[in-house]
Design a protein. Structure first.
Length: 407
């Protein structure tokens, strides 16, 4: 009898250890079931067949769904229902899609998901409650640091250190007011702390440069991104705004074909004369932008100048842009434009041997070489934001030290 009591007692104890408190075994099973569920785009896929592919040329919603048992009437209804969310006529070749079908003998499509870009997806619910909605993929931001030396071009040299070469564009925009990217030379150095966006473990491009140092002609220029209540942009280590009143050039990614000179042999007139401007050679049609805020004073055609625009920035500075293929729409005398606005397009009208823009710069009524001018800066960090800016600067410097390992 004593042995029987012991056996019963041990059985109760073991039962309690195995199951825990009353009902816990059932709850654990439920949790395990939830954890084992497979999902894509928020859709439970355990009981569905999944077909993944990319839209091919000349395919549309009908040709994609008809083979999976979806009738024309349903396709028409879902197309109409989606108009306010996504126009199905915009399905583009090469974009990925997923079709979720029943696992039964019918194999009918229950849902269609289209990815118009790397971060969004459009869900077409093909069941009785026809509806369409846009979802967002999770974006992971990774902090990276890269450094290198210019040997050929900034674009190529960034690729050599396994960084996104599009950082070259970002850097050219950050330093557009302080560094002449037409004059960077072999041996110039760069360091960049930035965040890169990842979706599904794949990079979808640079998010933002947090801090950088570009050393040109032995002069290092630091840049820190700061966004406060009254300040937004890139500032140097002392809080001075890197943005100047004028851009260094009126076109991107061109080359200087002729500089400012008091005596230059003119390629058309075949004689030596002063060239009081800087020629930027670029393909016909390249956008020409205003280097600063101002008001258009002239926008017309003239024999030697070709199509040209002249603008006044303030009582001290004026600029002129010659040989345009055409003047931008809406650009005429009296119109106010902002820095970076397109005012025309590169061409070879007037006295020109090839497509370029001749850029001229006036200071106090006298033409000067803008590349040698110390251009006025924008406002520095406001006093109210100084302490916050210093915290951002210290954090970026610390991050740069911590993520210096090779990419």
């Amino acid at each position: 009898m004593r042995d029987l009591v012991k056996l019963i007692l041990w059985g109760s104890i073991l039962s309690f250890i195995a199951c825990g408190p009353s009902g816990s075994q059932e709850e654990t099973s439920k949790e395990e079931i939830v954890q084992e569920r497979n999902e894509e785009y928020g859709i439970v896929t355990d009981s569905l067949i999944i077909i993944k592919d990319k839209v091919k040329r000349d395919q549309n919603l009908s040709t994609l769904l008809l083979p999976y048992g979806v009738p024309y009437s349903t396709i028409d209804a879902i197309a109409k229902a989606s108009r306010e969310v996504f126009d199905v006529r915009k399905l583009a070749a090469g974009k990925p899609y997923t079709i979720f079908c029943r696992k039964d003998s019918s194999g009918v499509a229950m849902c269609f998901v289209y990815e118009p870009n790397a971060t969004e997806y459009v869900v077409f619910n093909l069941q009785d409650s026809l509806h369409v909605y846009v979802g967002q993929k999770d974006i992971e931001k990774r902090t990276k640091f890269v450094k290198g030396v210019v040997n050929s071009s900034l674009y190529v040299d960034l690729k050599k250190v396994n960084a996104d070469p599009l950082l070259a564009i970002e850097l050219s925009e950050i330093y557009a007011w302080t560094i002449d990217f037409y004059r960077i030379q072999k041996g110039d150095e760069f360091e960049v702390l930035y965040t890169e966006n990842y979706v599904d473990g794949k990079s979808i491009g640079v998010d933002r440069i947090l801090a950088s140092t570009f050393t040109s002609y032995g002069k290092p220029i630091k840049a820190y991104y700061f966004e406060g209540e009254n300040d937004k942009g890139y500032f140097d280590e002392e809080g001075n705004n890197l943005k100047k009143a004028f851009l260094k050039a009126p076109v991107k990614f061109s080359r200087i074909s002729s500089g400012y000179s008091m005596k230059r042999f003119h390629p058309v007139q075949k004689r030596f004369k002063a060239h009081l401007g800087t020629d930027y050679a670029a393909p016909t049609g390249t956008p020409i932008v205003a280097v600063g805020d101002g008001v258009i004073t002239e926008a017309r055609y003239k024999a030697n100048n070709g199509n040209y625009v002249k603008m006044k920035h303030n009582s001290v500075y004026s600029t002129q842009y010659l040989h345009m293929s055409k003047i931008a729409k809406g650009i005429k005398p009296g119109v106010r434009v902002s820095q970076g606005d397109v005012i025309g397009y590169v061409g070879s009208t007037g006295l020109a041997t090839g497509p370029h823009v001749c850029f001229r710069f006036w200071k106090n009524g006298k033409q000067v070489d803008h590349r040698r001018e110390e251009l006025p800066a924008s406002n520095p960090i406001s006093s109210a934001s100084t302490s916050e800016f210093l915290k951002v600067k210290m954090r970026c410097d610390s991050l740069s030290q911590n993520v210096r390992s090779p990419l």
